[in-house]
Design a protein around this ligand. Sequence first.
Ligand code: NAP
Length: 465
Amino acid sequence: MTISSLRVAIVGAGPAGIYAGNLLADAVNAHDSLGSVEIDLFESLPAPYGLIRYGVAPDHPRIKGIVNSLHEMLDAAQPGALDQSKGRRTIRFIGNVEVGRDIALAELRERYHAVILATGALRDAALDIPGVDLPGSYGAADFVAWYDGHPDVPRTWPLDAPSVAVIGNGNVALDVARVLAKHAVDLRSTEVPDNVLAGLESSAVTDVHVFGRRGPADIKFTPIELRELGELRDVDIVLHDEDFDGVDPASASNNQLKVMLRTLNSWRGRESTGASRRLHLHFWHAPLEITGGKRVDGIRFARTAPGADGAPVATGEVREYAVQAVYRAIGYYGTRVEGADFDERRGVVPNEQGRVLGEPGLYATGWIKRGPVGLIGHTKSDALETIGHLVSDAASGVLAEPGVDGDVLDVLDERETEYTTWDGWLALDAHERALGESHEHVRERVKVVPRDEQVEISRPGVLAR
Ligand code: NAP
């Protein structure tokens, strides 16, 4: 049976959910046997954009710029913006609604032909070593959420440690190390919230040590992000020759790595400039234990070397560093949705190319589908695969008609859920931009941090639903 009006709920309004919504609208539009599509995009936060708003570092405006294209995608899908001849696509943003708490996944499943999970991965992966729970040991995701003004984390962050360790050799480790090492004054023109700037201004940090458990040829950084470290004002980069034994840029497995190994090599010969802060890059260090009585006072590592299969093996040597804080940047962990199956080990919803196993009509896309790896661009190709399957299922009659009619907003109204809308976001966006313009250091926006304030500014838009 052909579906004349396909109803789809997407859970999560980060890049994964927005790309999926946009691709779905286009795909239905282009499909001969499918009529219109109505998409409801649910988000647990009052504002859209997920990790672009709350995960990208404030001094990375290039990546933040993706917000503009995501904004255009959603804006173009608003009913008022539609050209009648193409008026077959709507994406309705429904923010401040947590699926699994404010409305059950089962309730969505009975109201929509299909539900796409795009909840991403917001928490830190666990690091199972002694001392990991000591005060002064932090997950990178929490620190990132703090400096990006996430509404659900404390407003203050202890930055009293002169020496800190950052564990991990991915881009999140670089973000954390850079934000810690950079002088706050150099972040002033970014959209960093004022409380964060004040916190960073009072930071006691002098030495940031980044530790990889494998070698320089195993880094998961990207070239631009790595190169940026070497350009930080009043920060010396420190490397150790012993870590580079046998590392030859010419034999790197790909061009990106070749470029990065050259960058690292060029820093090895650098003389100290006497900078007031230092950023040390250590390799072949696998974390063993975070030490301290009442709070972190050090960290111990097993010195490693490449084993027969290339995996790092402990050499038997243990190294200790006196640090007063440890940041764990060893990867994110998927955000489960109450009511959906979850693979605890991988932190993903079990699926085959985006079709959730054993659950016709339920799909996954983005990091909750494939795990927390890959750049934002990969999320688009990922969504293409999931949407391809959804559209083919819709066209071939696999999707059941929703059992319950009626607008989900009526249910939320009945429950007095203070949901936000696209118009509400436009109001909040305009408010934040106005704050930015009038700020003493003019900037693109000043984020409103507290959730209730965001909701208060956004809610008048509800009337225009
Ligand atoms: P990632 O790229 O997967 O890096 C995780 C790092 O943690 C790896 O170096 C890994 O080492 C290490 N690690 C994992 N378990 C460990 C353990 N038990 N002990 C010590 N080290 C451990 O993850 P990410 O940095 O969280 O980044 C996630 C994704 O977001 C990536 O695709 C990243 O490029 C992207 N991202 C991009 C940007 C940007 O473009 N500016 C910014 C942030 C994030 P092994 O390699 O040995 O496993």
